[in-house]
Design a protein around this ligand. Sequence first.
Ligand code: TXA
Ligand code: MG
Length: 339
Amino acid sequence: METKILSTSNEDIKTAAAIIKSGGLVAFPTETVYGLGANALDEVAVKKIYSTKGRPSDNPMIVHISSPADIGLLASSWNSTVNRLMDIFWPGPLTLVLNKKEGIPDVTTGGIDTVAVRMPDDACALAIIKQAGCPVAAPSANISGRPSPTKAEHVINDLDGKIDAIVVGSDCRVGIESTVLDVTGEIPVILRPGIITADEIREALGMNVELDPSLLKRNTQDSDSGEAEDFSPKSPGMKYKHYAPEAEMTIIEGQRSKVEAEIKRIKELKESEGKSVGVIMFEERAFKKAAREFFAKLRELDGQGVDVILAGALSQADGVGFAVMNRMLKSAGYNIIKI
Ligand code: TXA
Ligand code: MG
């Protein structure tokens, strides 16, 4: 298939919207990561997303809308907390899991009775959704298991020739995917951490917000504790191998100077064995920058063909640090050395 490479001009956005409307697949930028969009109400189109990405069919899509009012197209009911969350955080990187309305295809929601909804904070994404005239299912625009795409070139590398069009916009300014918040119960529960943190939501709402226990368990687990098996996340996507670079990756956690020394030591050791080594070490406490750059860094190192990636852990006491570590740990297959 020939993939149209589009710009963010009005004319190209019109073309992108028309393709989605007629059942095609279009990748487009959002503030978090690039998404691979299709009409969420068109079963055949959504099935194409799964097959193109190689995505397991029980992993539901996030459905994107261009106005809070459109929530009624997707959700059967929602409470005043949801209204407040939409007021405060939309458009933005917060996805709300709601009771799904009848008529939303099962393929879109992976066969479960809730639906994940988000209004992205990106002019191009909003224009495409609005002009398509339908809710747009859009998972991250990568081949399943690969790091999420934060630059158009990442999407082109993964999906050129496999989808109808790619809209080339600027680099994503958030860099990790949206916070996924289950708001179907009394207390909101974070299923996937993101740049909008539990503390921020608690403060905005003036009420308690919980973290899905599997998140804490996984983020604090020792790689050799053997507890991985009873990890059962509420967000289906969280159980799959994710964000995996080609290289073998290890995270080193501890006091910064010690981490730097240990990375240097392992690097020299691996190089003496003839391996090439890439290092990911973010500036201290620059959590948002780390979020913005992490996936791109993984792809860059893969592009260089390194055999080994050594990464310095971020502090998980910070909400954004916690969210980036959630991805970093997955990329490394939970392979972490604590010093
Ligand atoms: O920032 C984002 O959210 C990006 C951009 C493109 O908007 N999209 C994205 O989609 O990250 P995706 O498909 O890669 O991740 C969706 C996550 C998965 O972990 C999935 O399991 C979860 O959201 N999810 C979707 N619907 C759900 C539901 N009804 N209940 C629980 N989790 C759900
Ligand atoms: Mg994804």
